[in-house]
Design a protein around this ligand. Structure first.
Ligand code: SAM
Length: 357
């Protein structure tokens, strides 16, 4: 026992909650440090005083000094002694370069938006109804980009698509492609740029995401991409697409079965459906074996995925861990797809599947 005040609390329970409470506050300051560019100005520069850091970042020294104390105490920044602070190369690799595939910053900069949802999520526990992506505000589409954006830019076309037999060749020759749940369009625009002879259609329910996608499309001048609001302009009922992609979105849908059927109707008989979804096990017990990962996934689910999947009455409510490989296999099988193959693509969070009629 820590003291009489702790009653039945064990050291272990006290330490667990203490660690969490401290980490939450430190994580908020990581988000702030990223917003203010503090890791970037410190990276690769060795030990610096707070005056030097504030000067390089164009900020007020007294605030920067307190941030440096807090981040050094947390161990994110290293204290070099003599009132000097350093961002190690290891931390810089994860936080200082937004374009790096290793960049973890998006997990922090999205935190303030997620935490601001808590009062409305509390209501969902009473009503059962979660929030759609749009009900989370315009920032939801931008937040989503921070999580997989660099993978789409750097890995999708060069490494992932070649794993799908015959697909890159078909795209080079000229194929018709749908990205369902396209979000703000990073993935589809990457594919469209790499395969100019092909035609691409992005579908989503989020007006915010579609607006962002369209302005990104206009900015890069991609004439072979069209975005559709799936509510008013659904997938065609006749076989149209040679390739369909669904990236990290089936488990967010209120009616994934309907989407699987719509994709089956819209895909040609020798078409390919490339599915990316969360790499999780079919049971809670299995997921619990990777405890930190499970905490991340199930927590994200309450903030985002389950919330979206329960955003209409009778929502399927799959949530972040709702589509493990066996569940997905069954879902697509019932929807009329007979071939299902997991691909050998390494990723910390996602699993990859080649699915065919
Ligand atoms: C986690 S985001 C992923 C977005 C994008 N694929 C990516 O990886 O960045 C999930 C997306 O699914 C969309 N979505 C949810 N239900 C949908 C539905 N029934 N049809 C199409 N898109 C849907 C959401 O609006 C959101 O943009």
């Amino acid at each position: 026992m820590k003291s009489d005040h702790h009653g039945a609390a064990t050291d272990e329970a006290f330490d667990l909650l203490g660690t969490m409470m401290v980490a939450a506050r430190a994580a908020g300051l990581v988000a702030l440090g990223l917003e203010l560019g503090l890791y970037r100005v410190m990276a690769g520069r060795g030990p610096l005083t707070s005056i030097e850091v504030a000067d390089k970042a164009g900020l007020h020294e007294r605030w920067v000094r307190e941030w440096l104390y807090a981040q050094s105490a947390a161990g994110v920044v290293s204290y070099a002694g003599d009132a000097r602070f350093e961002v190690s190369d290891e931390v810089a690799a994860l936080l200082a370069d937004e374009s790096s595939i290793l960049y973890m910053g998006g997990n922090f900069t999205t935190l303030p938006n997620q935490l601001s949802l808590l009062p409305r999520l509390g209501e969902a526990f009473h009503t059962g109804l979660g929030l759609t992506f749009d009900e989370r505000g315009p920032g939801s589409a931008e937040d989503g980009e921070l999580l997989m954006g660099n993978w789409y830019r750097q890995v999708l076309v060069t490494t992932a698509l070649p794993q799908l037999d015959g697909v890159s060749d078909r795209l080079r020759e000229g194929a018709v492609v749908a990205d369902v749940g396209c979000g703000s369009g990073i993935a589809i625009l990457e594919m469209a740029r790499a395969f100019p002879a092909s035609t691409f259609h992005g579908y989503d329910v989020s007006v915010h995401a579609l607006e962002r996608a369209e302005s990104r499309r206009a900015a890069c001048g991609a004439n072979n991409v069209t975005f559709h609001d799936v509510e008013s302009d659904p997938l065609p009922r006749e076989p149209t697409f040679d390739l369909v992609t669904t990236f990290d979105c089936l488990h967010d849908m209120t009616r994934p079965v309907d989407t699987v059927r719509a994709i089956r109707n819209a895909i040609v008989d020798d078409g390919v459906w490339f599915i990316v979804d969360i790499d999780c096990g079919p049971t809670f017990e299995q997921n619990l074996r990777r405890r930190r990962f499970a905490t991340m996934l199930y927590s994200t689910s309450v903030y985002l995925c389950l919330s979206s999947a329960m955003s209409e009455p009778g929502g399927a409510g799959l949530g972040t861990c709702g589509l493990s490989e066996p569940v997905l296999r069954e879902l697509v099988g019932e929807g009329g797809f007979s071939r299902f193959r997991r691909l050998d693509i390494e990723h910390l969070v996602n699993a990859f599947y080649d699915v065919r009629p």
